[in-house]
Design a protein around this ligand. Structure first.
Ligand code: NAD
Length: 314
């Protein structure tokens, strides 16, 4: 298959592209090294993809409709995996309008170009944040109702609706994947696990926001398995949770780190606006319909994360 990956220089993108190249797919990446975090890091991530093999690369801004169309006119793609976005819950609280531009307008550009180019399968990267704070757990796909708690989540929920409307207009296969807190080597530097790993390796204290939180942390290899499984699936329009399927308390996460850093110091901070209390994915739909089967426990994942951080320091 020839697959277009938007945001392929990002954290999830580099892992998805590396796997798909190794599996002999033809890959085209579009990414503009957006400065949400250090563009040098994104270039490094793209270099990692180069180690997997050849791909075509476009450095352009998908927020520009004409630029976006150029990528879709350059080749005939079998599928597009749309990962390009402005991520980050905390940043969205301070800069909500940027999320309308990136996560809604840019997604519309991609959907429209994909429809006009006759692409048969569009895969959209959504987020567990679309569930907001729900009393009932685990979170199954039909429970998202728009009652979200951050501008980031609102933009993802809105973008999902645009995906449905363009699927209706153009008839392509639509797969919406709701990723649950992703971590692993090259994890986005604004997220808790990579921040903890870097700080602890430097012998610095780590900050904990709020109390009683838990997250369904999902190792990047499992996320890539989910993306790969949906790429080969046949359905018209479906949404899938891609998580590990287990809520990990902050205490359990910290215990996993403490194995490697027994003297770690914590700084307790107040709750941050926009954060949800718990995420816990019901992955039964992805398991039964895609054969998805996550494998990496939090203890194994943290061990791999710590080894990666240490290997970057030598
Ligand atoms: N990492 C997670 O835990 C997580 C969880 C749920 C959902 N997601 C979603 O998965 C996707 C990938 O996330 P990530 O963690 O890899 O983020 P990332 O920031 O590492 O990757 C996004 C990439 O998109 C690119 N991009 C942004 N704006 C662009 C533009 N206008 N034109 C071209 N490229 C542009 C960026 O340069 C970046 O390389 C995002 O849609 C994100 O919302 C991530």
């Amino acid at each position: 298959m020839h697959i277009l990956v938007t945001g392929g220089a990002g954290f999830i993108g580099m892992h998805v592209c590396s796997r798909l190249i190794k599996e002999n797919h033809e890959i085209t990446i579009v990414d503009n090294f957006d400065p949400y975090y250090d563009p040098a890091r994104k270039k490094q991530q793209l270099d990692q993809v180069k180690q997997a093999g050849h791909f075509q690369f476009f450095n352009l801004d998908l927020k520009d409709e004409n630029e976006c169309r150029k990528v879709f006119e350059a080749n005939q793609y079998d599928a597009v995996i749309h990962l390009a976005a402005l991520p980050g819950v905390a940043y969205s609280v301070k800069n909500p309008l940027a999320y309308v531009q990136y996560d809604i307008e840019m997604t519309i550009n991609v959907l429209k170009s994909a429809g006009e180019a006759g692409i048969s399968h569009v895969i959209f990267s959504s987020s567990s944040s679309v569930y907001g704070n729900k009393d009932k757990k685990p979170l199954s796909e039909e429970m998202a109702d728009g009652k979200v708690v951050s501008p980031y989540a609102a933009s993802k929920y809105g973008a999902e609706s645009f995906c449905h409307s363009y699927q209706h207009m153009y008839g392509f296969q639509l797969s919406i994947l709701r990723f649950f807190t992703v971590y692993g080597p090259f994890a986005r530097p604004d997220m808790a696990i990579p921040k903890f790993a870097e700080k602890l390796e430097d012998g610095l204290p780590i900050e904990i926001f709020g109390r009683g939180t838990s997250r369904d942390y999902t190792f990047i290899d499992d996320i890539v398995d989910g993306v790969e499984a949906v790429l080969h699936s046949k359905h018209e329009n479906e949404t899938f949770n891609i998580g590990y399927g287990e809520p990990v308390t902050m205490e359990r996460l910290l215990n996993s780190f403490q194995t490697f850093y027994p003297d770690m110091e914590l700084i307790q901070r107040p709750w941050r606006t926009g954060d949800v209390i718990t995420t816990w994915s019901d992955i039964s739909k992805a398991q039964s319909e895609l054969g998805y089967s996550p494998k990496v426990s939090i203890e194994e994942g943290i061990e791999r994360m710590v080894h990666w951080v240490k290997s970057c320091r030598v």
